[in-house]
Write a protein that binds this ligand. Structure first.
Ligand code: F6R
Length: 619
């Protein structure tokens, strides 16, 4: 949510910053803006709308050459997506003494700060919470002798809420200062140049050497030096890391859309998520599982906290983890968990699932769990992000960068990682014998190939999606692990096709939602396997008859060889036969393709759907 880039070095700052913003546009695309320092003067350009609007403006009204600059791509919170509300925000004064600031997050006490500034005669030129920071910095700077980092520290001490801030001052050319509390900010270390960004994707073209910043830190960048302190000015610890993927991973690689590329990458992503997990002793090993077996043996409840697609992955995992470990598993939306009084303690394992590792609702839920004394584990895709850093343990999903706003490969790999955690618990507690664990790991190891088979056969799904592009509503039903798949299929359609879509537990339909069925209502049915789940298959056939009798048009996602569904399905999408708990890994894929194709048919921007952003760093 909001992308931030800062650069100081030898290259043209504008080029580095704009190419970084292009990589971060998934974080928000309501407006974009840049500021550079050239010959001791600040120059700013900003424009509402996507980055291309800013690029056109820069074509008409170029910036001077400069080697220090910052840039921002916005997901609007305070104030609409206008030119005036676009970042950078600038303090009063002329180009030689105004300070420019960009921000990600929400400054919760901005109203109070704004009225203080107004009383002091400052005139605001935007409706944002961010602008107060520019004026406060300008106000404090003279008393610090023009030390931008010192001024930033003082300002941060007055702010509440979540923020990443980056500022430049024409009086300090060659210096970029950043600060972070709760929102992401990483440093890229180059030779004679340094970078700041919300995400390493912004600078991975230039360097793979990075530093994770901790909570409540201020960083000062010059071309040759990076200095990190806490908000009081004391030297602060930082953690260096190396980006383990290439810049090409953040490119479309010949696909028209990032989403298509990421759907296609799923076999590899699943394989990578599984790689290297079994040790020479034949036992499951999870890197960075910093909870020892004695602690895991003592756990009496698992609570999964997550949002959106990640919460659906948690729901899938509940079925498997309870089955394998016999430990009760609750799955709760992070935003709900945080603001009630959940029963968690030292014997509870709270698992936070997050692709980005920076979703604020999930982070706050995790912190709440830590405060209650729970053991915590993060399942995360983004190495170095906040959630895995704060949890006791982490299992990375290794899906590679996910750029399309709608999550695809992250979902499959979150399921894999959560299954691995379930098996690890079962191993530590001796709930499953080693041969049973080995059998399930073998089933998982088959999944990349099965997902590949699905991808080879999804062409009819595209035709189907185009055919239903004018539907007013699509319902999805599933049972057992097919239920969260139905929720996920509906979420994909809502966010991409902007269409009413709902997922239901198939057995629940008759308790109310069946009233939604009209003549011709498309109902997508995740059909359980007749082989591995015969009882559920029978029940689902009954549910299909119930909706058909009321005029529904059935699109069945069914296993190869399931002939009993055929007479009741208007359209049948076949997926390979897999063990029951593995079914979500194959049946979700056609639903991703369905939503992607339908959005394309409707002319929507698939990678950047309206009103959304990839990393939701506000509550
Ligand atoms: C849906 C989607 C969102 C995210 C949710 C959590 O396609 O992408 O629902 O799953 O915002 O994001 P992370 O996993 O980054 O915490």
């Amino acid at each position: 949510m909001c992308g931030i880039v800062g650069y100081v070095g030898q290259q043209q700052a504008l080029e580095v910053v704009v190419s970084g913003l292009r990589r971060l546009e998934y974080r928000g695309y309501d407006s974009a803006g840049v500021a550079v320092i050239s010959d001791g003067e600040l120059a700013v350009r900003k424009k509402a709308g996507k980055l291309t609007n800013l690029e056109s403006l820069l074509g008409d009204d170029p910036l001077p050459a400069a080697t220090t600059g910052i840039g921002h791509t916005r997901w609007a919170t305070h104030g609409g997506p206008t030119d005036a509300n676009a970042h950078p925000h600038v303090s009063e004064g002329d180009a030689r003494n105004a300070v420019a600031v960009i921000h990600n997050g929400i400054i919760e006490n901005f109203a109070e700060l704004r009225s203080e500034l107004a009383q002091a005669g400052v005139e605001m030129s935007s409706e944002t919470d961010t602008e107060v920071v520019a004026h406060m910095l300008a106000d404090i700077l003279p008393a610090t002798g023009g030390d931008l980092a010192a001024a930033m520290r003082q300002v941060c001490q007055r702010l509440t809420g979540a923020f990443t801030l980056v500022a430049i001052d024409p009086a300090c050319p060659g210096v970029v200062v950043g600060a972070r509390r709760n929102s992401p900010l990483v440093v890229g270390i180059g030779a004679g140049e340094n970078f700041l960004a919300s995400d390493v994707a912004a600078f991975v073209d230039h360097t793979k050497d990075a530093l994770e910043l901790g909570q409540d830190q201020v960083v000062t960048l010059t071309a040759d030096e990076v200095v990190v302190t806490d908000f009081e000015g004391n030297p602060a610890p930082v953690r260096p890391f190396t980006v383990d993927w290439d810049a090409s991973a953040a490119e479309k690689g010949g696909y028209d859309l990032f989403m298509l590329k990421e759907i296609a990458e799923q076999p590899k992503a699943v394989a990578d998520a599984l790689r290297g997990r079994v040790g020479p002793d034949g036992r499951l090993h999870l890197d960075e599982m910093r909870l020892d077996d004695a602690v895991l043996r003592d756990i009496d409840k698992v609570v999964v906290v997550a949002c959106g697609t990640a919460a659906h992955a948690g729901l899938v995992a509940k079925y498997a983890v309870e089955h394998w470990t016999r430990i009760p598993v609750e799955v709760e939306l992070a935003s709900e968990f945080r603001y009630r009084d959940p029963i968690v303690g030292p014997r509870t394992l709270v698992i936070a699932i997050s692709q980005s590792g920076e979703t604020m609702d999930t982070l706050m839920a995790l912190r709440h769990a830590i405060a209650q004394g729970a053991r915590t584990l993060a399942i995360c895709n983004t190495v170095g992000s906040t959630i895995p850093r704060e949890a006791d343990a982490v299992v990375y999903t290794y899906a590679g960068p996910e750029i399309a706003v709608a999550s695809t490969k992250a979902f499959l790999t979150q399921i894999i990682a959560a299954y691995l955690v379930g098996l690890y618990l079962a191993q530590a507690r001796e709930q499953l014998d080693p041969s049973a664990i080995a059998r399930i790991l073998n089933e998982l190891a088959d999944m990349p190939q099965k997902v590949d088979l699905v991808l080879d056969t999804v062409e009819p799904v595209r035709a189907l999606a185009r055919r239903f592009a004018d539907a007013t509503s699509v319902l999805f039903i599933g049972r057992n692990v097919g239920y969260p798949v139905a929720l996920e299929g509906a979420l994909k359609l809502k966010e991409l096709a902007y269409m009413h879509a709902e997922g239901f537990a198939a057995g629940e339909l008759k308790h109310g939602p069946i009233a939604l069925i009209e003549e011709g209502t498309p109902v997508v049915v995740i059909v359980p396997s007749p082989v591995s789940s015969p009882l559920l298959h029978d029940k689902m056939l009954s549910n299909v008859q119930e909706v058909r009798a009321r005029g529904a048009l059935i699109i069945a996602i069914a296993e190869e060889g399931d002939d009993r569904i055929t007479p009741y399905a208007d359209h049948c999408i076949r997926v390979p036969a897999v063990p029951a708990l593995m079914q979500p890994l194959v049946s979700t894929v056609p639903l991703q393709v369905f939503a992607c194709e339908m959005a394309t048919a409707k002319g929507h921007d698939v990678d950047q759907p309206r009103n959304l952003a990839k990393s939701v760093t506000v509550e």
